[in-house]
Design a protein around this ligand. Structure first.
Ligand code: FPP
Length: 247
C-alpha cells in the first residue's frame, strides 16, 4: 500500500482518477445497537439506510460498480433470529428499492452461494436482477452467502471438471481463466475497499479481487457512515498513488 502523507496531497492537479469499483465491508451494526442498548436487529435495520446512502452516492459520483458485503458464508452461524431478520431486511430492501433502481438506472447483481438463500428471497432477487438488467449507470453487487475462499474453491472445481473432460490442459489455466470462473467475471477488480467498524481484516471478502485495491478502514460503525464521510474517502482515494507492484 502506498503512503498517503501530506506530500501527496497536492491539490486537484495531483489527483488520480476516481474509483471505478468500490467494495465495502459494512461492519459495526451490532456494536451500534449495543451502544444504545438496542437489539442487534435494530442495528441491521439502521444499517439498511446506510446501504441506500452508499448506492445513491456512488450513482451520483459516477462510480460504475459498488459491491457490498451483506451476508457472508460465516453469517449463517449467527442466531436464527438474526439470520431471519437479515433475510427480512433483504426482502424489504428489494421491494422498496426496486422503483429507485429502475428510476436511477441501477443494475442489481448478486455474488455468492445464492442457492442457500430462502426461496422467496431468491425469487425477489431474480425478479430485481432481470428487471434492472438493462440499466447502465451503476451496478450494485450484493455479496450474499458469499465467501472468498468458497468462490475460489468453486472456480477450482469448475476448472478441474474441464481438465477431466479433456477440454482444458492444466498448463492453460491462467489468472484470466480462473477469474472467468469467479462470481465477479466481467467486473473489474475493486479500486477501493472501505471497511467500517475499525477492524483491520478482509474477513474472507473478495480474496482474489482485492489484490491491488487501496484499503480504507474507518472506526465509524456502519449505521453512522454517512455521505460526507464516504465523499471524504473518495476524495482521499484520489490522492493515493497506485503502483500495482511497480516502482
Ligand atoms: C456486520 O455487522 C453486518 C452484517 C453482518 C450485515 C450487513 C447488513 C446490512 C447492512 C443490512 C441489510 C443489507 C441490505 C443489503 C439491505 P455486525 O453485525 O457484524 O456488527 P458488529 O461487528 O458490531 O457485531
Amino acid at each position: 500500500m502506498s503512503s498517503n502523507g501530506a506530500s501527496q496531497r497536492q491539490g486537484a492537479e495531483a489527483k488520480t482518477r476516481p474509483p471505478v469499483h468500490v467494495a465495502i465491508i459494512m461492519d459495526g451494526n451490532g456494536r451500534w445497537a449495543q451502544k444504545r442498548l438496542l437489539s442487534r436487529i435494530l442495528g441491521h435495520e439502521k444499517g439498511s439506510e446506510a446501504v441506500r446512502m452508499a448506492a445513491r452516492t456512488c450513482r451520483e459520483q459516477g462510480i460504475a460498480f459498488l459491491t457490498l458485503y451483506a451476508f457472508s458464508t460465516e453469517n449463517w452461524q449467527r442466531p436464527k433470529a438474526e439470520v431471519d431478520a437479515l433475510m427480512r431486511l433483504l426482502r424489504r430492501f428489494l421491494k422498496t428499492e426496486l422503483p429507485e433502481m429502475l428510476q436511477n438506472n441501477i443494475r442489481l447483481n448478486v455474488i455468492g452461494r445464492i442457492e442457500k438463500l430462502p426461496m422467496d428471497v431468491r425469487q425477489a432477487l431474480d425478479q430485481a436482477i432481470s428487471a434492472t438488467q438493462g440499466n447502465t449507470a451503476l451496478q450494485l453487487n450484493l455479496a450474499l452467502s458469499y465467501g472468498g475462499r468458497d468462490e475460489i474453491t468453486r472456480a477450482a472445481q469448475a476448472l478441474a471438471a474441464e481438465v477431466q473432460a479433456g477440454s482444458l490442459r492444466p498448463e492453460d489455466i491462467s489468472e484470466e481463466r480462473l477469474s472467468s470462473h469467479l462470481d465477479t467475471r466481467g467486473i473489474p477488480d475493486p479500486d477501493l475497499l472501505i471497511r467500517t467498524g475499525g477492524d483491520m481484516r478482509i474477513s474472507n471478502f473478495l480474496l482474489w479481487q482485492l489484490a491491488y485495491s487501496e484499503i480504507f478502514v474507518t472506526p465509524t460503525l456502519w449505521p453512522d457512515f454517512d455521505r460526507e464521510q464516504f465523499l471524504k474517502i473518495l476524495d482521499e482515494f484520489q490522492t493515493r498513488e497506485r503502483r500495482f507492484g511497480r516502482v
